[in-house]
Ligand binder design. Structure first.
Ligand code: AGP
Length: 612
C-alpha cells in the first residue's frame, strides 16, 4: 500500500527520494509526489500515475537537503493529482505524507471547517495536517509538540513524516500501526516504510515503535513517545543485500521469486532439521512445549495466499499431529466472538507481517489468552513482534505483489510445525518422521530439476489458453488449497476470472460451467484419491471441457483423458503442495505476460494491505 520516503542530510534529497519511491513501487500505488523547501517556501510536485511520470516533472537542477516523498494507494478519494500526497496545511507552511487511515477524520474536519479551514482534497491526511497546523498556532508550540498534541486526538493507524517551512532543517516522523523505519547514515538520516529505499546508503536502521515520534536534524535524532517520554534509539544492522531486492537477470520479480523457491525453502529449513532426521528444532515451539502438547485446538488466521498456506497447514497438523485445526480469514475471525481459550494456540501467518486484518486478529487472540504463534517473512514486522513467539520463513524479500516463494516457505514452516507436534505427542512413528523429514530436506533439489521443464511447458500452454474468460481449478485433500491458490494467482495477475474448488464439489454446481470454452486444471498426483480424480477428469471431458492435469511423473492413466498433462516429481503426499503449486504459478505467469499485464504490480493490488 502507500509508501513513505524522506531524507535529511548533506546530499541532495530529491534523487534519493525519487529512487527510494521507485524501490517502494512493489507495494502497489496509484499516485506519487514529493515536498521540499525552496526559498523559504514549501514546494510540492505530485501526480497520479507512476513515479516515472512524476520524475519527468522534476528538473535535474532541483536541489534540497531535506524532503518528503510518497506513493499513494487510494482509500479516501479517487486516485488523482489533488488527492496524491504530500498534502499542505491550508496556509502552505506545513507538508505531510501519511500511510494509514485516520478513523475520526470526519469529526475533526468538521471542527476545523468551523474554525475556517478549507480543504483541497478528499483525504483524511489533509485533515491531519490542518489539525497539526491548528494546534501549532493555537498552542503556540513548535512542530514537534504540535504533532504530539494532534496525534493524541487521532483514532486510527498512521505513519507520517512532516516538514515545516519555519524550521526547514528538521523532519518530524511518527508511527502507530503502520511501519516506519529510520536509516542512520553519516550526518544524514533516511525515513522509509521499509528498508529498500535506503539499503544502498546505509544498513543501520531504527524500527520506530507504535506511539513514538522522532525529531530528525542532519546530525541529531531524538525519539519520544506521544506522551513525551524520552526513548533511547536502538540501532540494528540489516542483513539484507541489495541484490535481494533487485531483478538481476530476470524480466520480472515474480519470475525471479518463482525460481528462488528451492533456495528459499533451504533457507527456511536451515538449522531446523537434525542431520539424522530424528528431530526438528523450532525455537518458538520448543520454548512452549507444554502449550503445544496440551493445546485443545489450533486456529490459523491469515489472509489471501497466507490463508491458503493455512488451509494446507490444517491438512498437515490434523493429518500428522492429530490436533484439531480451524482456519479463519483474519477479518472474519474478528467479526465473530471466537471461542478461544487459554489452552488454544493461534497461528498467524503473514508474509509482510503488516496485514491490518491479521494484526487486529492477533491482538484479539492475545486478549482472549491464547498463545499466538507468528509465521512471518519480514523480520521485526508488527505481527512478528506482537506474536512474540513464532518461526520466521526466511524466504528473503518478496517484491512481486503476487506471493509465490512466501507461500512455499510458509507451507514448509507448517510442515515443520506439524511434524514437531506429532513427535511431541507421540502421534508419528520414528520411521514415518524420518521419511517425511528426509524428503522435505531433498525437495529443493527436485524443485530445481523440475522448474525449467515446467516453465517451458506452461509457456506453450499459455499460448493456447491466454484468451480464456474463465478457469476452474480442482484438487482433493491437501491439493484443494493448492487449487485455491492457483485460481488466486491467475486472477490477480492476468485478470481472468478463476475459481478453485474441491474436485468432489464440482458435480454440486460448477460442472454447469463446463463446455468447450472452459479450461479446467486438475491437480491429480498419484498420492491421494487418484482414481476419483480420474473420474472427475472423465466427467469434464464428457462435457467437452478442456483439461490440463498436474500429474506425478510417469503417470499412465491421466494422459489418456486430459488434453494436456504437466508432470511433477514424485514426493511424499504431505509435501506435495510444494511441488504442485509450481506449474500453477508459472502458467498464471505466462498467461499474464502474454496478455501484456504488469505481473509485478497488478492493477488495484497492494503488496501488504495495511488497512482493514
Ligand atoms: C497474494 O498473492 C496476495 N498478494 C495477497 O493475497 C496476500 O497473500 C495477502 O494480502 C496477505 O498478505 P500477508 O501474507 O503479507 O499477510
Amino acid at each position: 500500500m502507500c509508501g513513505i520516503v524522506a531524507y535529511n542530510g548533506g546530499r541532495n534529497a530529491i534523487p534519493i527520494i525519487i529512487s527510494g519511491l521507485k524501490r517502494l513501487e512493489y507495494r502497489g500505488y496509484d499516485s506519487a509526489g514529493i515536498a521540499y523547501v525552496k526559498k523559504n517556501k514549501m514546494a510540492v510536485i505530485k501526480k497520479s500515475g507512476k513515479v516515472k511520470e512524476l520524475s519527468k516533472s522534476i528538473s535535474d537542477a532541483l536541489i534540497s537537503s531535506i524532503g518528503l516523498g510518497h506513493t499513494r494507494w487510494a482509500t479516501h478519494g479517487s486516485p488523482s493529482d489533488k488527492n496524491a500526497h504530500p498534502h499542505l496545511s491550508m496556509g502552505g507552511e506545513l507538508a505531510i505524507v501519511h500511510n494509514g487511515i485516520i478513523e475520526n477524520y470526519g469529526s475533526i474536519k468538521e471542527g476545523l471547517q468551523n474554525r475556517g479551514y478549507e480543504f483541497r482534497s478528499e483525504t483524511d491526511t489533509e485533515v491531519l495536517i490542518n489539525l497539526i497546523d491548528d494546534v501549532k498556532k493555537n498552542e503556540k508550540v513548535n512542530l514537534f509538540k504540535a504533532v504530539q498534541l494532534a496525534l493524541s486526538q487521532i483514532i486510527g493507524a498512521y505513519s507520517i513524516a512532516v516538514l515545516d517551512v519555519a524550521d526547514p532543517e528538521t523532519l518530524i516522523v511518527a508511527k502507530k500501526g503502520s511501519p516506519l523505519l529510520i536509516g542512520v547514515g553519516e550526518s544524514e538520516y533516511f525515513v522509509a516504510s521499509d528498508p529498500s529505499p535506503f539499503l544502498e546508503h546505509t544498513k543501520n536502521v531504527i524500527y520506530l515503535n507504535d506511539n513514538e515520534i522522532a525529531k530528525i536534524t542532519k546530525s541529531t535524532l531524538e525519539i519520544r513517545t506521544i506522551q513525551n517520554e524520552l526513548k533511547r534509539p536502538y540501532i540494528q544492522k540489516l542483513t539484507l543485500e541489495l541484490n535481494q531486492i533487485e531483478k538481476g537477470n530476470y524480466e520480472t520479480f515474480m519470475l525471479k521469486e518463482i525460481y528462488e523457491q528451492p533456495q528459499a525453502i533451504l533457507q527456511t529449513l536451515r538449522g531446523r532439521i537434525d542431520p539424522n532426521y530424528e528431530f526438528i528444532k523450532l525455537r518458538g515451539l520448543n520454548e512452549n512445549i507444554d502449550f503445544f502438547k496440551n493445546a485443545n485446538k489450533i486456529t490459523i488466521i491469515a489472509c489471501g495466499t497466507s490463508w491458503h498456506a493455512g488451509l494446507v497447514g490444517e491438512y498437515l497438523i490434523e493429518g500428522l499431529a492429530k490436533v484439531p485445526v480451524e482456519v479463519e480469514y483474519a477479518s472474519e475471525f474478528l467479526y465473530r466472538d471466537p471461542l478461544i481459550s487459554k489452552n488454544d494456540i493461534v497461528i498467524a501467518i503473514s508474509q509482510s507481517g503488516e496485514t491490518a486484518d491479521t494484526l487486529s486478529a492477533v491482538n484479539l487472540a492475545k486478549e482472549k489468552g491464547a498463545l499466538v504463534y507468528g509465521v512471518c517473512n519480514v523480520v521485526g514486522s508488527s505481527i512478528a513482534r506482537e506474536a512474540g513467539v513464532g518461526t520466521y520463513t526466511h524466504a528473503g524479500p518478496e517484491i512481486g505483489v503476487a506471493s509465490t516463494k512466501s507461500f512455499t516457505s510458509q507451507v514448509t514452516v507448517l510442515i515443520l510445525v506439524a511434524l514437531s507436534i506429532a513427535k511431541l505427542k507421540n502421534n508419528i512413528s520414528n520411521s514415518t518422521f524420518k521419511v517425511i523429514t528426509k524428503c522435505l530436506f531433498d525437495i529443493s533439489k527436485k524443485m530445481n530439476c523440475a522448474l525449467k521443464d515446467i516453465d517451458n511447458q506452461t509457456k506453450e500452454l499459455a499460448k493456447l489458453y491466454k484468451d480464456a474468460k474463465n478457469f476452474l481449478f480442482l484438487g482433493r485433500g491437501i491439493s484443494f488449497p493448492v487449487a485455491l491458490e492457483g485460481a488466486l494467482k491467475l486472477k490477480e495477475i492476468s485478470y481472468i476470472h478463476a475459481e478453485g474448488y474441491p474436485a468432489a464439489e464440482m458435480k454440486h454446481g460448477p460442472i454447469a460451467l463446463i463446455d468447450n470454452n472452459m479450461p479446467t486444471i486438475i491437480i491429480a498426483t498419484n498420492k491421494f484419491k487418484y482414481e476419483k480424480l480420474l473420474t472427475n477428469a472423465e466427467e469434464i471431458k464428457a462435457r467437452s471441457g478442456k483439461l490440463i492435469a498436474i500429474v506425478t511423473s510417469g503417470d499412465k492413466k491421466m494422459n489418456k483423458i486430459a488434453d494436456h498433462i504437466i508432470e511433477v516429481p514424485d514426493v511424499e503426499r504431505f509435501l506435495s503442495p510444494l511441488i504442485t503449486t509450481l506449474p500453477l504459478q508459472l502458467l498464471s505467469y505466462h498467461i499474464a505476460t502474454l496478455r501484456g499485464c504488469d505481473v509485478d504490480q497488478p492493477r488495484n493490488l497492494a503488496k501488504s494491505v495495511t488497512v482493514e
